[in-house]
Structure formats: structure tokens, C-alpha cells
Design a protein around this ligand. Structure first.
Ligand SMILES: Nc1ncnc2c1ncn2[C@@H]1O[C@H](COP(=O)(O)OP(=O)(O)O)[C@@H](O)[C@H]1O
Ligand SMILES: [Mg+2]
Length: 282
């Protein structure tokens, strides 16, 4: 039996491509023959479900209130009892098929109040380790090869739980001075959490996303990032491509879309190459 690999996309900023990266690397890993589970912790917009076109189906379930247990309940004190009662179904009912290979546990509106609730747990270690315990106990036995988390674009108790459970952080950044500073802060955070709690968090991959071949900005920042983060920058940059946006709006990834533009092709290749490299690194 091999261990399930884990990673999470994170950066304390919205719109850099975290959700897009989880969706596309998830499908790329599936194409590389891995069994993949995606877990969306990024909040009530349930972006991953939308990105895979399963949002309507999921929303119906939420509206019928037949959405329990869900990803937010696994953080609660009562989870052990709930799971004990429901048995295997407790987790099975949370898992959706994306239609593109990976399975998905979508985000849930219940995640919204979770940060505040978790704050009430005094001992920080217990505040941050809930998700990890859930994954160890309930996800590991399902024998996925790879579990990929999408985290909120802000530093809070939920994202800390995600980092703690995933151990490996994948960071999509756009090329710019502001983003470079954020990536620096993230690196400090990762070090601090590792030192304080003796968990082995690592910055596994920094991906330059939405690069534009018509300007030299990306090139300059790639060099800067490579100096700052030796061995962390991903082998392939992901170009800015309208096809990425269109595919997301159509509820699919680029791998399922038939967009044949140059940037779409290059983006697909970049996701494949980065997925292969990620497997090497973990
Ligand atoms: N390489 C890319 N080219 C073009 N648009 C992109 C690319 N990556 C992401 N996007 C778009 O940028 C927006 C934000 O991406 P998203 O993955 O949702 O970011 P985050 O999860 O970090 O908030 C989305 O509309 C997405 O389709
Ligand atoms: Mg997102």
C-alpha cells in the first residue's frame, strides 16, 4: 500500500489561480494514472464545483438540506459521533464525480462561520489539526493516490487546517512586486508553522500563472523568483489564456475543452509538465 500524497494551493490573495491550478493539476494527475480527490475549503462560492460543472447538482442537494454531513461538519466536535453512526457513508456521501477523472468534495456554506468557531478552541495545536485528523482517519483508507486541497485566499483557521493537513504548498503567483512580497510572507508563515508545531510543511512549488509573452515582466520576475526560491519555481509557466476563463465558465477544464489556440495548448502542456514535476518533488 502506498501513502496518499497531499498538497494544497495557497496564497493570501484572491484571483491568482488557486482554484484553476487545483482543477487542472488534478486532471493532469489523473491523466498520469493517479487516483485523485480534490477537497474544496475555499468557501461558499464552491468554485471547484462550478469549475467542473457540478454546481447545479450540488446546489440542489444543499437546498434540499440533504447536505449533511459535509466538509464543514468534519471540523466539528461531534464529527466522531456522526461518523460513528453513519459508518462509511459519512464520507462517501460527500464525494462527487467531476466527470474529468478526479473526485471532489465540494465546499459548503457551513465553512463560512468555521474560522470564528475554530477560534474558540484555545489550544492552537488542536485548532489547526482537525482536518489532518479527518484525512488520516477517513480519507487515507479510501486509497486515493493524491489529495489536493483548495484553500481560502486568506490566512485564517481554515487555511491553517488545510496547510497542516496537506503539508505541501503549491503557490500560483502572478508576476509582480506585490505578489513577490506575498510569496515571501507565505514562506515565512510556512517556516513559522513548521517550527512552532513541528510539522513538516514545505513550499513544494511556485507556479507563475497568467504570464504574458508579449511583455518582459514575467521573465524578470521568473529570474527574481528563481533566485529567491531555488528549486521551488515550477518548470513551466502557465500563460494567460482566454481559453482558461472560457472553460471555467463552461464548467470544465482546458483538458475537456476543445480550445485550440496557442496559449490554450501551452497552458495544457504547462499543467501536465508541472503535475509530473510535483509527483517527483513529493
Ligand atoms: N492562466 C490563466 N489565464 C487566464 N485566466 C486565468 C488563468 N488562470 C486563472 N484564470 C482566471 O482568473 C480568475 C481567478 O482564478 P481562480 O483560479 O479562481 O483564482 P483563485 O482561486 O486564486 O481566487 C478566474 O476567472 C480564472 O478563470
Ligand atoms: Mg479560488
Amino acid at each position: 500500500m502506498t501513502e496518499t500524497l497531499r498538497a494544497a494551493t495557497f496564497l493570501d490573495k484572491g484571483g491568482t489561480g488557486k482554484t484553476t491550478t487545483v482543477a487542472h493539476l488534478g486532471v493532469a494527475l489523473d491523466r498520469l494514472g493517479r487516483d485523485v480527490l480534490l477537497i474544496d475549503l475555499a468557501g461558499k462560492q464552491a468554485d471547484l464545483a462550478k469549475n467542473f460543472g457540478v454546481w447545479d447538482e450540488y446546489r440542489e442537494r444543499i437546498e434540499e438540506e440533504d447536505d449533511w454531513p459535509n466538509i464543514s461538519t468534519v471540523f466539528r466536535e461531534q464529527w466522531g459521533r456522526i461518523a460513528g453512526k453513519l459508518g462509511d457513508e459519512a464520507v462517501e456521501n460527500m464525494i462527487f464525480e467531476t466527470g474529468e477523472g478526479p473526485d471532489l468534495i465540494p465546499a459548503h456554506p457551513g465553512l463560512d462561520g468555521l474560522d470564528t468557531e475554530l477560534n474558540e478552541i484555545e489550544e492552537t495545536e488542536r485548532r489547526y489539526s482537525r482536518l489532518d485528523e479527518f484525512v488520516d482517519e477517513y480519507i487515507e483508507p479510501l486509497d486515493y493516490d493524491f489529495v489536493f486541497f483548495d484553500l481560502p485566499g486568506s490566512t485564517n483557521n481554515v487555511s491553517y487546517n488545510g496547510l497542516w493537513a496537506a503539508r505541501n504548498v503549491v503557490v500560483p503567483v502572478e508576476a509582480g512586486p506585490f505578489e513577490a512580497r506575498q510569496a515571501g510572507r507565505l514562506r515565512d508563515d510556512v517556516r513559522r508553522i513548521s517550527d512552532t508545531f513541528e510539522v513538516d510543511l514545505s513550499l513544494a512549488m511556485l507556479i507563475l500563472n497568467k504570464t504574458d509573452s508579449r511583455t518582459r515582466l514575467s521573465e524578470e520576475f521568473t529570474e527574481e523568483y528563481e533566485d529567491e526560491y531555488p528549486n521551488v519555481v515550477a518548470p513551466a509557466q502557465v500563460p494567460r489564456s482566454q481559453a482558461v476563463r472560457n472553460a471555467a465558465n463552461d464548467g470544465e477544464t482546458l483538458f475537456a475543452s476543445n480550445a485550440a489556440t496557442g496559449t490554450a495548448e501551452r497552458a495544457r502542456e504547462a499543467f501536465m509538465e508541472n503535475a509530473e514535476e510535483l509527483l517527483e518533488r513529493l
